[in-house]
Design a protein around this ligand. Structure first.
Ligand code: HEC
Length: 395
């Protein structure tokens, strides 16, 4: 019953989270595109720094940018704020249901010196708070924009590397994504929105012409713009064990984040009317470098030497004791009411048919068993490797 309710909460929250994130990322992309597309109006218009004509859905729209407002506070002023809050809150709830409630399966690294589920949950909470506090302090003490960007890139890199020591690979990636997403949501709620409120107050007070938007709000907007693609990658990477399950998964994370930043930069230059396609090339090159880094050793078809004599009975026993306690129609493992992801390998025949997936999850990586709950040994993984290399015989 408990896992059934957890599953429904998971479904509902994921649905909400994805929709909220679409609205946030969508409006962020949209405003960045509009903002960079503005050109000075001809003839000049009082207080307007840029204008843009756009066509959509059968109508032509005219946008005007008033950097310090039109001289009064419009009656109806549309804000962009609930997108970021709903994305962050739904994400935090999803984290709690999937990774805190299911900490022993999804969060802990497993192994002898692994954190306990309760400690891992504490570490997860601490990482979220620390992400914002450290980032915010850095923004206040480092005056140079360039230096700040470098320091933040280094810190995010260190965080994904550090998380691999305390969490499972999947949770390490996710937490690096949460660090970035928390920085982004914090920027909106703690810096950008209060700044906008001050600006409105200055318009009301008649002091707007001496109002300074502040370099800080600008660079936080800049960080949010460039973090978007790495965050989205971190959120979908859980579907790709070849990335987070690899020994150098954290390097792959950095390379692909770099690719995301490059590609974002290309779009920024394009909307500004000065497209620099070389940034697409940089992004693709980083993607290619990641493919090379993660390539399995036997990609070119080389098989291991010891293929002839695999003890098939032993293989059956390993899969039975290490995997099928969960991956069976009615699992014997506590907390499982059905085979996870519908993936059933309760007989050697079925295992043989799914040899490729088993290789991906338990040989090329040690993603399965999760947290090594069933205490699979390195020898057993080698046995599965030999069995698969021999063509996964069933007798
Ligand atoms: C403690 C229970 C448990 C054990 C033991 C376990 N798994 Fe899993 N397995 C899971 C869960 C939970 C998932 C879903 C993970 C996710 O959502 O990312 C999963 C997913 C998988 C998948 C991905 C299926 C898909 O279609 O996405 C494969 C393949 C897999 N396991 C193989 C194995 C193998 C091989 C073993 C034994 C070496 C094993 N598992 C042992 C719980 C278990």
């Amino acid at each position: 019953m408990e896992s059934y309710i957890a599953e429904w909460l998971h479904l509902a929250l994921r649905w909400l989270h994805v929709v909220a994130a679409i609205t946030w990322v969508g409006s962020s992309f949209y405003f960045n595109r509009i903002d960079r597309s503005f050109r000075p109006p001809v003839p000049p218009v009082d207080r307007v720094s840029g204008q843009l004509w756009s066509i959509h859905g059968g109508a032509i729209y005219n946008y005007s940018r008033y950097p310090l407002g039109p001289g009064y506070v419009p009656d109806r002023l549309k804000w962009s704020k609930w997108e970021s809050l709903s994305t962050w809150v739904s994400g935090a709830c999803l984290l709690a249901v999937v990774y805190w409630w299911g900490a022993s399966i999804n969060l802990v690294a497993g192994g002898a010196d692994s954190l306990s589920p309760a400690q891992a949950v504490m570490a997860s909470i601490a990482s979220i708070v620390a992400a914002w506090v450290i980032y915010d302090i850095l923004c206040r003490v480092i005056p140079s924009d360039r230096m700040l960007s470098v320091v933040i890139a280094v810190l995010v890199s260190l965080s994904v590397w550090g998380f691999t020591f305390i969490f499972s690979g999947k949770a390490a990636y996710l937490h690096a994504g949460i660090v970035m997403a928390t920085i982004m949501a914090g920027n909106v709620w703690f810096v950008i929105l209060p700044g906008q409120n001050k600006m409105l107050q200055a318009i009301r007070d008649g002091t707007i012409d001496t109002f300074d938007v502040g370099a800080d709000a600008k660079r936080r907007n800049f960080h949010n713009n460039y973090l978007t693609l790495p965050v989205v990658f971190a959120m979908i990477a859980a579907h790709f064990p070849m990335t987070y399950g690899h020994h150098y998964g954290w390097v792959a994370f950095l390379l692909l984040s770099g690719a995301g930043v490059s590609i974002r930069h290309f779009f920024n230059t394009m909307h500004a009317g000065k497209a620099q396609p070389r940034w697409i090339v940089v992004g693709l090159a980083l993607g290619l470098a990641t493919m090379v880094l993660l390539a399995p050793a036997n990609l070119t078809g080389g098989t291991s030497a010891a293929t002839a004599s695999v003890d098939v009975a032993k293989v059956g026993a390993v899969i039975h004791t290490r995997c099928a306690v969960c991956h069976a129609p009615t699992p014997s493992m506590d907390g499982f009411t059905e085979a996870p992801k519908g993936f059933v390998i309760d007989t050697l025949d079925k295992a043989a048919r799914h040899a490729d997936q088993i290789r991906q999850m338990a040989v090329a990586t040690d993603v399965m068993p999760p947290g090594n709950l069933t205490e699979m040994t390195a020898d057993e993984r080698r046995l599965l490797a030999d069995w698969i290399a021999a063509g996964a015989p069933t007798k």
